[in-house]
Ligand binder design. Structure first.
Ligand SMILES: NC(=O)c1ccc[n+]([C@@H]2O[C@H](COP(=O)([O-])OP(=O)(O)OC[C@H]3O[C@@H](n4cnc5c(N)ncnc54)[C@H](OP(=O)(O)O)[C@@H]3O)[C@@H](O)[C@H]2O)c1
Length: 127
């Protein structure tokens, strides 16, 4: 496959889905991930007439699942050229002293550990 391939996390809504659409317009093949499978399938259906698309249900907090998904990418979707580490969330808009501690842990696990999990799994390919 001659197309460049982008791997996008959190492609089921917001910036991630918008980014997938822009990459598709630019002719990139896409690996799209997120936890909500039905949304991934809908986006695959939307974009597959433009570019090759592979979708994978993935919680970026789960390092083993990240490794397994990357190791199992089909031929033609393995030579990732660009990683869009978008999956994340902003919980707890209230003042810090009122925040539920679990919300901070969820943000750390997703926005930091999740980003590290995906980056580590893809770096050998990206380099
Ligand atoms: N909107 C803003 O103003 C703003 C500002 C600064 C930074 N950001 C950051 O930009 C990113 C996208 O924001 P957005 O506004 O587009 O948010 P959004 O619409 O809520 O989208 C967040 C995406 O992240 C995915 N996600 C969340 N937790 C995940 C997990 N554990 N594993 C895998 N995927 C997960 C969600 O997919 P699933 O639920 O399907 O897993 C969803 O596709 C986030 O990291 C956000 O913190 C946003």
């Amino acid at each position: 496959m001659n197309r460049k391939i982008a791997f996008i996390t959190g492609a089921t809504s917001g910036f991630g889905r918008a980014t997938a659409r822009r990459f598709a317009e630019a002719g990139w093949a896409l690996v799209l991930t997120g936890r909500r499978s039905e949304r991934l399938r809908a986006l695959e259906e939307e974009l597959a007439s433009q570019v090759p698309v592979h979708v994978g249900t993935l919680d970026v907090r789960d390092a083993e699942a990240v490794k397994t998904l990357v190791a199992g990418l089909p031929e033609g979707f393995r030579a990732i050229r660009c990683l869009v580490n978008n999956a994340g969330l902003a919980l707890a808009p209230e003042p810090a002293q009122k925040v539920d501690l679990q919300d901070w842990h969820t943000m750390i696990d997703t926005n930091i550990t999740g980003l590290v999990n995906v980056t580590h799994a893809l770096l050998p390919t990206l380099i």
